[in-house]
Ligand binder design. Structure first.
Ligand code: NI
Length: 164
């Protein structure tokens, strides 16, 4: 496994829609391992494949540091409520902004075994799911920010606002 280079805003690949993954291959398995390594190395709570330059519908999320979720071809099937808070993105370094997201999300995805499963999340996990799935559509949170995109202070840098 290896750390991959994280693409940053301005890179066209971050604006493109990703393609479905039809089967697990050694190459896809390696990509997922590298995405987890890259996410942990960058202290993110999630990472989407286009952020490492691959236009496939794959997301990894771990909001606690010990519970990695692998989501292949994910789709949101239910949302409830609302949360408004700071969000950040590894592809938009040093910035943060306020985004409103559902407070509860249920997602159906395939795992590393390509079997379908459900994942439910509230609060930070719900926010991370929405943020990462947006990446698969070529969307960045900066286009959903309420008010201005702000510089992240050192203090916020230590916090959990940053998603990926
Ligand atoms: Ni992001």
């Amino acid at each position: 496994m290896a750390i991959r280079n994280i693409r940053e805003i301005g890179d066209e690949i971050l604006t493109k829609k990703c393609k479905a993954v039809s089967e697990m291959t050694p190459r896809v398995r390696e990509l997922i391992g590298d995405m987890l390594d890259t996410m942990y190395e960058a202290n993110g709570v999630g990472l989407a494949a286009p952020q490492v330059g691959i236009l496939k519908r794959i997301v990894v999320i771990d909001t606690t540091g010990e519970d990695p979720h692998i989501l292949i071809n994910p789709r949101i099937v239910k949302t409830e409520g609302e949360q408004t808070g700071n969000e950040g993105c590894l592809s938009v370094p040093g910035k943060t902004g306020v985004v409103t997201r559902p407070n509860y999300v249920k997602v159906v995805a395939q795992g590393a075994d390509m079997k379908e499963y459900e994942l439910e999340g509230t609060e930070l996990l719900a926010r991370a799911i929405c943020h990462e799935l947006d990446h698969l559509e070529g969307q960045l949170y900066v286009d959903k920010v309420e008010g201005k995109l702000m510089d992240m202070t050192d203090e916020e840098d230590e916090g959990e606002e940053e998603i990926d």
